[in-house]
Design a protein around this ligand. Structure first.
Ligand code: FES
Ligand code: FES
Length: 170
């Protein structure tokens, strides 16, 4: 290592506060730490998955201040003060979130790798209240790519929680 390399200043960390699954967390992060890595590597919340790492597959979806985002594309330092829900935060005590239960009811997961992102995205979609038909569910879930072809069952699960009569938009 050259003298100039060894004398390079260490990067400064940034102090942030996040509320993660209802718990306040004080964290020191490097400027380039992305939220996905912070959740998985620093907080041990490995339910959120790294797929493409380029904002294209949705496996890393978490809910930030009520909105679903690709956590691989968000710098943690930019989320100071945010409320974050990961798949680990959806169940209450021993009770699964209704959409988690619906995924079980409809066999809406196969390999399961994309499932946490699908469920987080579906929970936020339901709370957005914008989906009125099956096609709209498909459109609004299009940022979450499942390689195993469980889409039909995923849509069934979301329909169940929204409370469609099962025929809308088929
Ligand atoms: S890992 Fe973030 S969108 Fe694919
Ligand atoms: S369940 Fe396998 S990639 Fe989605």
């Amino acid at each position: 290592m050259s003298a100039s390399q060894s004398s390079a200043p260490l990067p400064e960390t940034i102090s942030i506060t996040l509320t993660v699954n209802g718990e306040a967390r004080q964290l020191d992060v490097l400027p380039w730490t992305v939220l996905l890595d912070l959740l998985r590597d620093h907080l041990g919340l490995t339910g959120t998955k790294k797929g493409c790492d380029h904002g294209q597959c949705g496996a890393c979806t978490v809910i930030v201040d009520g909105r679903r985002i690709n956590s691989c594309m968000a710098f943690a330092a930019m989320k100071d003060g945010a409320h974050i829900t990961t798949v680990e935060g959806l169940a209450k005590g021993g009770d699964l979130h209704p959409l988690q239960q619906a995924f079980i009811d409809h066999d809406a997961f196969q390999c399961g790798y994309c499932t946490p992102g699908q469920i987080c995205s579906g929970v936020a979609l339901i709370e957005e209240g914008r989906a009125r038909t099956r096609d709209e569910i498909r459109e609004l879930m299009s940022g979450n790519i499942c390689r195993c072809g469980a889409y039909t069952n995923i849509v069934d699960a979301i329909e169940q929680v929204i409370g469609f009569d099962g025929e809308a938009g088929r």
